[in-house]
Design a protein around this ligand. Sequence first.
Ligand SMILES: *Cc1c(COP(=O)(O)O)cnc(C)c1O
Length: 340
Amino acid sequence: MIDLRSDTVTKPDERMRRAMYEAEVGDDVYGEDPTVNRLEERAAELLGKEAALFVTSGTQGNQIAGLVHCRPGQEVILESQAHIFLYEGGAMSALAGLQLKPIDGLRGAMDPIHVEAAIRGADIHEPETGLICLENTHNKAGGAVLPVEHMKAIYEVAQKHRIPVHLDGARLFNAQAATGIPVSEFAKHTDTVQFCLSKGLGAPVGSIIAGSADFIRHARKWRKRLGGGLRQVGVLAAPALIALEENPVRLQEDHRLAKQLAEGIQQLDTFHLVNAVETNILLVELTNSAHTTEALLAHLKEHGILAGGFGPGIIRFVTNNGITEKDIQLILDALHQFTE
Ligand SMILES: *Cc1c(COP(=O)(O)O)cnc(C)c1O
């Protein structure tokens, strides 16, 4: 199968599997797993943060940010199509007792003026704003990169009102690959940042959350409370280290193939490319409402191609390390045949 449902489908390669086999391990709840410690130190260094923590998933990293930064009853400002709002099972409400305040953005970016206007808490009737969350790259906006300047503008508003900022940087390394700007330049304009090792970077499991040493001390406790304190987890940190050291550059290949697929799709009348493809995500709409996305997905599957439904009338393709240039041609051929 040619699988473009997500970049989470990437499987560990032989080097990663060997590293898992050979990993030096210890009890990470005691802080004694040398491979985990190396991964956390390296991640903090790349992000320009004091400390980092290996967590089970991106969702866990984002939730720990809410739990550490806020108190129950506070409000979190975030973009209305944010992963935290749409796809984390309402965890910020269920686990942290937080209320979410979604704000519409443009290509995933909230207007700093709208963010500032949404900050509240002075009045006794109002919840206090406890956190502002950003997402870079922005999944629902089709892998759009939030420019560093945008992050800076939001951070200035946040600092003025003494509100922390958390970056859901599940695909932050895609922003680096697309712009050539190091992840640390983006992370400079946020207090904490989460990124996924298990997406385009290709590790089998895990995410990193990073911030100040004090934040990470609290994060470690919340991770334990959530059941995320793992023992000889160096077997997972070892492939994650390879993902972190070697694979950020490889993301450029995912982006190249995504652009190639986008150019091909633009030649086909049956389809409309919803997003300007900047990274590894393509959102494709059917131009004729007589056709359904279900039929399109079934047709692609018959041709050995997997894509995902992504809201009414839209399907999503995500290029990843299992995709070749030949696959792109096969996808374009299958799309071409769809309405014939
Ligand atoms: C995938 C993703 C997450 C969550 O990561 P999981 O490891 O699947 O929990 C969070 N935010 C964004 C933007 C994502 O794309």
